[in-house]
Ligand binder design. Sequence first.
Ligand code: BDP
Length: 593
Amino acid sequence: MLVMRESRTRDCRILNGMWRFYPDLDHTAEAEEIWRDALPGSQQCAVPASVNDLFTDPRIRHHVGLYFYERMVLVPGTWDQSVILRCGSATHEARVWVNGQEVGDHRGGYLPVEVDITDHVTPGEVFRLTIAVDNRLYQDSIPPGEVVQQDDGTWRQDYRHDFFNYAGLHRSVALWSRPRTYLHDVTITTSYSGSTGVVSWSADFSEAPASIQIKVLDHRDVSVIAESEGSSGQVEIPHVRLWTPGIGGLYDLEISAYDEAGQLLDCHREPFGVREVAVEGMQFLINGEPFYFTGFGMHEDHETLGKGHSDAHMLQDFELLSWIGANSLRTSHYPYSDEFMDYCDEHGIVVIDETAAVGLNWAIAGGIVGDEVGATFTPGHVDDKTQATHKDHIAELIQRDKNRPSVVMWSIANEPDTAVPEAREYFAPLVEWTRSLDATRPVGFTNVMFAPAGVDTVSDLFDVLMLNRYYGWYAHIADLKKAQEVLREELEKWQDMLHKPIIMTEYGADTVAGLHSVHNVPFSEEFQVAYLKAYEEVFDAVPAVIGEQMWNFADFQTKFGIARIDGNRKGAFTRDRRPKAAATHLRQRWTTR
Ligand code: BDP
């Protein structure tokens, strides 16, 4: 599924704003088929946004089940093509009705929902659009979870990951007009030789057009740089401007399809960059140059909005990333919005693109050793069904992001239970699957502290080692000398065993902004800085370490827990994006490298 972009043949109406809203608090909506008529009541909800922090009623905040959204939509009278409804995401499942008739659904909360509604609407007329968003997570969803019926009959959502289960229409909703014969996919791969860029493309249409014209355009001013034709082939870019970290450098591949009479059928512009990514020995190369990752594991998370996208908030985050000297980030722990990824492509921000496969670990909960609840890889926990959903989810992510130059690596899971042999059976086919879908990027996952070198059973299957470590915090609390010792010993062991590049994808300490101490006590700003310095000394001493992404960019909301004070406080910035002392420290280190 291509990211929809306006073109000579594709038009768009953004449907963001205030929608009618009905949270199904008593779970009767399905039996009553409430989508058949206008939603009851007069409540409204903002789109895009998470539902949870907008209302004062705690039943809405903690609701487990369905939320209904509705609005009237005008199909422009000039639209005589296919009409497509597209939401950037609906967390975690969506069902869509047009005038009370079901037209489509989608499972998975962080990737687009696209439904062809042509046969149900009439140009020039208004229709009633209803979308149900289901926030429930199950054993076979990605991420997994469990809905528990409580003694008083209410439902509780359990899940094993460390961020609040925000729900809603989180990203833009739009109505699109698309030609009936249309480009539904294009794959672009690039390389270069000397100063000549080589671009290969392969385009798939709903129906073969009579001819296909290809143009390479400069993304900035759409000037034509090269031309070719056909559904697949190669085109050269003389004096190529390589896509470069910190700079960017985009081109567009314009694909135009014509019928026998030479009439334009469809036209789409796909942004791309010419760059090469490779892992060689213990180095990660971008355009042949060793790349050292600085930056963060992040979250889509803000006051009021929850996981709702806002261009203004996104821009502020990117400004802070630039200010602090971060050249990269990981989309922990799910795919981020199209807008976010577009910005990374445009500005040369290096992305480790992560799936929503987080919490596949029955031995921990949010970095902390959990209760004894049984094995991870067992029927009813993480099993064949989970793996099947995981596989589809990887395919959808690669489908969405494969042409993005910013994406230099796939992270197919965060902290699964890889201390047990069953993990290998689960992950080996998924690694192979990922490589079969994209042979151009390395594949990794982030390894949990409880599966260190010698215990972990899967890391040799992957190209790069990504480690999340909390020595000095969850283990050896406050003993930074010991933390350094254990960390160094472990990193050297990995280095000797695998000879692969290592990125430290998480390390951090909860820190309450404004709490100070001359004794470096945990939770103080001074301790967070001391903790970072201790880790950095080790990174600088181990050659295999080719990156540091501190946990987390900013404080973020989580479910309740005694180790969570209104959320996770490991941010370098507070939740409202004020710098802690750690931010100033990181800026000093990363801007002078
Ligand atoms: C790691 C998880 C991350 C948590 C972090 C923490 O990958 O999602 O937020 O620990 O505990 O286990 O802060």
